[in-house]
Design a protein around this ligand. Sequence first.
Ligand SMILES: Nc1nc2c(c(=O)[nH]1)N[C@@H](CNc1ccc(C(=O)N[C@@H](CCC(=O)N[C@@H](CCC(=O)N[C@@H](CCC(=O)O)C(=O)O)C(=O)O)C(=O)O)cc1)CN2
Ligand code: MET
Ligand SMILES: [Zn+2]
Length: 797
Amino acid sequence: MYTMPSPSVYIFSKTLLYYIKERERHVSPFKQSVMIIHNLGYPRIGSQRELKKACESYWTGKITLDELQATARNIRLQNWALQQQKGIDWIPCNDFSFYDQVLDTALMVGAVPQRYRTLQEKKIRETDLLFAMARGYQRDGDDITAMEMTKWFDTNYHYIVPEFTAGQTFHFFSRKVTDQFLEAKKENYAAKPVILGPVSFLLLGKEKTAGFNRLSLIDKLLPVYLEVLSQLTKAGAEVVQLDEPCLSLDLDEAALQVFIDTYAQIHAAFPQLHILLASYFECYGKNLPVALALPVQTLHLDLVRCPLQLDDILETAIANTSLHLSLGVVDGRNIWKNDYTRSLQQIQKAVSVLGKDRIAIAPSCSLLHVPCDLDNETALSPEIKNWMAFAKQKLQELKDLRDIVNGNTALLDTNKAAIHNRATSPLIHRKEVKDRVAAFTAADARRNSTFPVRQNIQQQQFGLPLFPTTTIGSFPQTDDIRQLRARLKKGELTTEQYEAAIEKATIEVIRWQEEIGLDVLVHGEFERNDMVEYFGEQLQGFLFTKNGWVQSYGSRCVKPPVIFGDVSRPANMTVRWSSFAQAHTDKLMKGMLTGPVTILQWSFVRDDQPRSTTANQIAWAIRDEVVALEQAGIKVIQIDEPAIREGLPLRKENRAAYLEWAVQAFRISASGVKDETQIHTHMCYSEFNDIIEHIAAMDADVITIETSRSQMELLDAFAGFKYPNEIGPGVYDIHSPRQPSAEEMISLLEKAAVTLPARNLWVNPDCGLKTRKWPETKVALSNMVRAAEVMREKASL
Ligand SMILES: Nc1nc2c(c(=O)[nH]1)N[C@@H](CNc1ccc(C(=O)N[C@@H](CCC(=O)N[C@@H](CCC(=O)N[C@@H](CCC(=O)O)C(=O)O)C(=O)O)C(=O)O)cc1)CN2
Ligand code: MET
Ligand SMILES: [Zn+2]
């Protein structure tokens, strides 16, 4: 909820007031006489995942760089043509990326970490350098680790974390931004370059040397941005979108001052350039006065996440300035059809204060986070499909909204009918589900005994060695495995044939794990397309799409299920595969489930009830599955919650409430079993330091967690907090094809053993192995088991 900032924030800077006045003197060269519609970014994977396929083919040497570039260019041209056709006035360019827009920005400003210099000296091509930074490079005697990757705000998109060192310098290196502007211009598109702004670029990165603040690099960075803007202006750019999503975070006054100074300098250098400043995913909150005072022409507001800020903004001095507003009324984070009545209220309110010519309308954020085209979904129930909109349809919604503002009321009536149909549909509600969630008592979220009691029982029962080894669940999802599923779908395989092939793969992976000496085995998850989609397909209240792909990182995509109604579990979901696997080994076989918060977070969620209610409905369904696994003789059950940190609200003031229901949902799912049953959870891809006590409150017997890319930095937080339960800090990065040596894993384990009691330590990779190939997986895991053995020997000396 938006609250007005305290007056002290308004007046903390004299410079700020000066710039407000400055801007009022300035008359925008951008003559708008109608309401603009624009877009912040379009999905770049291609509506048939063309980019994913081309990148992966390039990485395996099946196509050339020229062929990859040609695919990329086609995607850009198609996206621009589509947006043009939908009447979008400012069409984004430079929103295309081969991997990630933050990495692109690092290359733009020449922020290439030292360890890639040898590649630059060898004059490898820019795109290859980009891929090396993203994925690591192990070839021709070079062995260079990848850059770190982390969650993009509260999304399932991951960006490459810029690395900064004291004394770092920048220069205009990658020309992608100007090249792509010129490419669009050549095709006669009114392109608006989209660039991650300099302050957020610094804030999103990490200091790699001690004793300095990365924001202090702004003086060196800004000249490069000015150079970029100068090149763009020379090339004919009239509007430039600078994304500063860090304005959605809690910022201190020093950071806000950097915003003020930076944008003042940009304005001073380019007084005629129309800068559109975009932040999204949250309210501007306490940063609002600064945001409103920055000398930019247009300020973008995410009115989906923060509808209330519109009143505050319109009520303040804004009516007296020349500032334009971009109203983000169409949800860029979800797939529900826009409620035109609601959007029009917001648009008309703004128009009545500022006039049409000072209003643009847009999606709330880049459309990167939604699938491309609902028209490709031919198997959806027509009723539910009529409630939905993907990226292409969202462009149409912008056009419709403008047409309605201009008098086309028929469009409004059609929309009202769809919104009404969804609100009143019997498909959504199931009384028994609501009743069960409502009957919750505290005991439902508590294991029978405390952790120390459970730990003794479990250690006696299992007799595992010190530093027990395990993996996170999935083994390589080879093309062969995916082909099986594709052929099953096409009817080329019967269910029996499909299952026989999956059984064979499962038995093979069990034998192999036994051979190399892993302690707690997994079945490999070969039967799953994705850890969330697989459950979505089996739960009621969910629907799944055929082609609703969204980029997660690099070439990796997900097809989030859609939660449209009350959730229940009509039948066992994983018991068949887990008991099959346990029957084929005398070792412990881990059952493998996805937790309620992650299923919620990685789905498109209904927006007609609180997320916490939906999370609880999923929690009860997972709990039933956990109990069913226990009854089937599975003694170790992992409930993955990799997305628990991702769901954390961006603003601190909203976090406690979220953590309370999220932790409780996990505990509901985990608390139906006996003390003897060991519950694992797994988390990856985030900074966990700030929620460590809540992770402890989840009370899983074992947590396996990603730590290797950050060299076990995370463990200091666990140690500092005296994390009570067992923990497996990931000893190698599974997101890179690079093969880790036993020695490097031993050194990480030694670090871990200094900070945490050896009795509580497990040995495992950072995450599941589904994205890896077999050869590297075999080497890596054999080395990992050897590392554990060395640790055991050292401990016994
Ligand atoms: N939902 C989710 N979010 C997550 C993760 C995750 O595992 N799941 N992991 C973290 C990192 N993100 C990741 C995201 C995706 C993948 C991933 O491996 N995705 C696969 C797709 C997985 C999938 O659903 N596969 C389906 C569909 C496979 C497919 O592409 N089939 C072909 C057909 C095959 C053929 O005919 O050749 C097609 O549809 O074109 C299946 O196995 O059945 C990919 O992009 O390659 C990994 C990590 C964080 N977020
Ligand atoms: C993104 S977390 C992945 C957990 C899952 N069990 C796997 O191994 O793939
Ligand atoms: Zn993981």
